[in-house]
Design a protein around this ligand. Structure first.
Ligand SMILES: *[C@@H]1O[C@H](CO)[C@@H](O)[C@H](O)[C@H]1NC(C)=O
Ligand SMILES: *[C@@H]1O[C@H](CO)[C@@H](O)[C@H](O)[C@H]1NC(C)=O
Length: 416
């Protein structure tokens, strides 16, 4: 109480935003599993990013991978072919905020701040970005567990760090990850090269910009306990609690984590949680889970995935800012998916947002056009129609090759 009052007072004097989470980066990721869903696993992420940035939605087919790959800042060794992936990625970096691969694996990362920032664990040093790890994990795994192993292997070998905002050299952080496939999910939380992971096999789980793993640790880095002891962060006597040991004093995500928890509880009550319920959560502005374009860290893109073993998985992306004013467009991994050029920068021109982002900004964000209601109806119809197709489709998915492209192009036509 007193602490809150003091902070309010100090903030008023300095005229800075009221809460720490307004100043720091922020994101929210959710996963819902049976018995709360009827079909498979549902993943959702809002990616909140610096205001000037935008995200491309890009598809990379499976390929024979070269021996090395240049990530955002460093080159790493890779082995084996890559899986086909669809990514929502900040336009200037190699890695992605979130995405999916052809095996039904999805990954989203979160910025976290820990009390462990020296030497090998200094997040200001250019190494792998959390976003690079998301992409490496998707390109080289066929299950959530395998993705966890890939990410932690790269993390232990190369470490993490480097500027995560092209305009702000001080925006550096450690990462947590929500990794899911049609059968299970993993929460992976890291500090430098060390990490802990918790498996989620049923129910629901949400992460924001704080450590959430406590004493239930299903996998961890070698030497984690000794490392914590040597750093004087753990006495070695009381039960090892990952959050308690590594949490930074300021916990920027705690408020939204609480809000996410409430929303999840509300919407999972019927044991029939659907992709549209995840859309609702990601559009919630009251909780700050969805942040408008005037925020210091606006919601820049969203993904919702329905992961199934019995039917094709469907991945929904916005590729535009402010989820409450955006529409989700579906993507399915077919043999030859074709996505739209309108969600990608053209001719390598990094100064200009892609067409969809620019047109959406002009029509919906700036002019508050009524087009938004029409598009929301289109989204509802799209969900219903696609669910019918998915329920009946056989092995040949070619009718879905241009699904994402068609939806993006319809949206573009609305704005023009
Ligand atoms: C959201 O995350 C918090 C922190 O781990 C957890 O305590 C809570 O149960 C989660 N909410 C749901 C609905 O799973
Ligand atoms: C772990 O530590 C956190 C943060 O201090 C605390 O909120 C939580 O209750 C602890 N959990 C357990 C199981 O001890």
């Amino acid at each position: 109480m007193i602490e809150t009052f003091l902070r309010l007072f100090v903030n008023l004097i300095l005229q800075i935003p009221l809460t720490a989470n307004n100043m720091l980066g922020s994101c929210d990721s959710f996963v819902v599993l049976p018995p709360l869903t009827q079909h498979g696993v549902i993943f959702g992420k809002n990616s909140d990013r610096p205001p000037r940035e935008f995200q491309e939605v890009v598809y990379f087919p499976a390929s024979e991978s070269p021996a090395t790959v240049k990530c955002t800042y460093i080159e790493v060794e890779v082995s084996g072919p890559t899986k086909a992936v669809i990514l929502s990625k900040p336009y200037w970096m190699w890695g992605a905020e979130m995405g999916a691969n052809e095996c039904g694996v999805v990954i989203g990362n979160e910025a976290i701040w820990t009390n462990d920032n020296d030497g090998d664990h200094d997040p200001k040093v250019r190494r792998l970005l959390g976003m690079d790890l998301v992409r490496l994990g998707l390109e080289h795994s066929s299950s959530a567990l395998e993705a966890l192993e890939v990410i932690t292997k790269y993390l232990e070998k190369y470490g993490q760090g480097g500027e995560c905002d092209i305009d702000n050299p001080n925006f550096c952080y450690h990462n947590s990850f929500l990794i899911a496939d049609p059968e299970t999910a993993w929460i992976l939380e890291t500090t430098g090269k060390h990490w802990a992971a918790e498996q989620v096999t049923s129910g629901c789980r949400n992460i924001s910009n704080v450590l959430t793993i406590t004493t239930r640790i299903d996998k961890k880095s070698d030497g984690l306990f000794e490392y914590a002891k040597d750093k004087g962060l753990w006495d070695g006597n009381c039960e090892f609690n990952f959050s308690e040991v590594f949490n930074d004093e300021s916990k920027p995500g705690a408020q939204r984590l609480e809000a996410g928890r409430c929303l999840l509880n509300e919407l999972t009550g019927s044991n029939n949680f659907k992709e549209t319920d995840m859309f609702t959560i990601l559009r919630n502005t009251e909780s700050d889970i969805c942040r408008s374009h005037t925020s210091n860290f606006p919601t820049k893109a969203s993904q919702v995935s329905v992961l199934r073993t019995d039917r094709p998985s469907v991945h929904w992306f916005t590729a535009t800012q402010d989820t409450s004013k955006s529409v989700f467009k579906p993507f399915v991994f077919t043999k030859n998916p074709i996505i739209s050029k309108h969600t990608q920068i053209q001719n390598g021109n990094r100064n200009e947002p892609h067409t969809l982002y620019a047109l959406h900004f002009e029509a919906v964000i700036k002019q508050g056009n009524e087009v938004q209601n029409l598009l929301r109806n289109m989204e509802n119809e799209c969900v219903a129609e696609l669910n019918t197709i998915i329920a009946n489709v056989g092995d040949d998915l070619s009718e879905l090759d241009e699904l994402f492209k068609d939806c993006v192009e319809t949206e573009v036509k609305f704005y023009r």
